[in-house]
Design a protein around this ligand. Structure first.
Ligand SMILES: Cc1cc2nc3c(=O)[nH]c(=O)nc-3n(C[C@H](O)[C@H](O)[C@H](O)COP(=O)(O)OP(=O)(O)OC[C@H]3O[C@@H](n4cnc5c(N)ncnc54)[C@H](O)[C@@H]3O)c2cc1C
Length: 301
């Protein structure tokens, strides 16, 4: 019987494990894929306070080591369901079942990907999913934003302040983001908008060179050269297996209060990118991890 079962070994989950371990709780962390979460896809992190530069993997390895040093047990298993019987939670994994007094859901969110060849190869080296994280690497350079919703347009506004040019490429014949953002972009000399076009390929052999787009009406293909592209076609929170345990909002995120307590059965906490919030970064994920862990510790005391 664990005191706290944490689902997800990203920055939020591992930080929760560090704090709960230091409070001498018996902690289990379940991870379905990559210890460290999304940040392991980033070769350079320059906005984590106190560290001038590090790779996402370096950060993830240190955080994992820190959680294990505090006594956390780590299992590679995908949590598929949570049930509660009396005061005891059972987290059902694909490989085993685990019992605990509390559960912290820290399953994060995944950026929707284009699903094209070369996408993995050039992620972090030409293909990015986060202008706040990676925009500074493209100062004075030519970039494209793939997408035309609010996130895409906000990223375009941000990048237009530091990049030489920003090309917004949208699959629909119109942009779906707010008109105010559209007007802001239309008034900028360094922003170009291409509608009714999808990305047909990501080009480059050893290094990223650009993309080929295809017009959805004429089927005409055009090669475009960029220093980098930012894919902003939405995020997918990983909360679906727990929809019977916690209330999900219309976008699949969990609304929670400032103590990381969601609308749910008592004893469940949520932390990190899987929560509704405006800023999804390591700094906000680890803040949630600490908060959720201490709330869970109080619950078990
Ligand atoms: C390419 C890239 C670059 C980035 N660069 C920066 C940056 O420079 N600075 C910055 O601050 N932020 C950056 N971010 C954002 C940052 O990585 C995220 O905000 C942060 O990782 C969120 O942490 P999290 O723990 O909430 O979620 P995640 O990192 O998403 O971790 C959640 C973990 O839960 C696991 N999981 C999901 N479902 C289950 C399940 N059912 N069972 C078990 N495990 C499960 C996932 O596999 C994952 O490992 C970047 C993101 C990306 C994609």
């Amino acid at each position: 019987m664990y005191d706290i079962i944490i689902i997800g070994a990203g920055p939020a989950g591992l930080t929760a494990a560090v704090y709960a371990g230091r409070a001498e709780k018996k902690v289990l962390v379940l991870e379905r894929e990559t210890f460290g979460g999304q940040i392991t896809h980033s070769p350079r992190v320059e906005n984590y306070p106190g560290f001038l530069q590090m790779s996402g993997n370096e950060f993830a390895e240190k955080l994992l080591e820190q959680a294990m040093n505090q006594g956390a047990e780590i299992e590679l298993d995908t949590a598929v369901a949570i049930t509660k019987n009396g005061e005891v939670f059972t987290v059902k994994g694909e490989s085993a079942e685990y019992e605990g007094k509390t559960v912290i859901i820290a399953t994060g969110a995944a950026h929707r990907r284009l699903g094209l060849p070369n996408e993995d190869k050039f992620t972090g080296e030409g293909v990015s999913y986060c202008a706040v994280c990676d925009g500074a690497f493209y100062n004075g350079k030519d970039v494209a934003i793939i997408g035309g919703g609010n996130s895409a347009l906000q990223e375009a506004v941000l990048l237009s302040k530091s990049c030489k040019s920003v090309t917004v490429i949208q699959n629909l014949p119109y942009l779906t983001g707010e008109v105010k953002l559209q007007n802001e972009l239309n008034n900028k000399d360094n922003v170009k908008i291409i509608l009714s076009s999808i990305v047909a390929s990501i080009n480059g052999t050893d290094t990223f060179e650009g993309i080929t787009i295809e017009n959805t009406e004429t089927k005409e293909k055009t090669d475009l050269t960029f220093d980098g592209i930012f894919v902003a076609i939405g995020q997918q929170p990983m909360n679906e297996p727990f929809k019977d345990n916690v209330k999900l909002n219309d976008w699949g995120y969990v609304d929670a209060d400032e103590n990381c307590v969601p609308e749910s059965e008592e004893g469940i906490f949520v932390a990190g990118d899987c929560r509704s919030k405006r800023v999804r970064q390591i700094a906000t994920a680890i803040a949630d991890g600490a908060t959720a862990a201490l709330a869970a510790c109080r619950y078990t005391d």
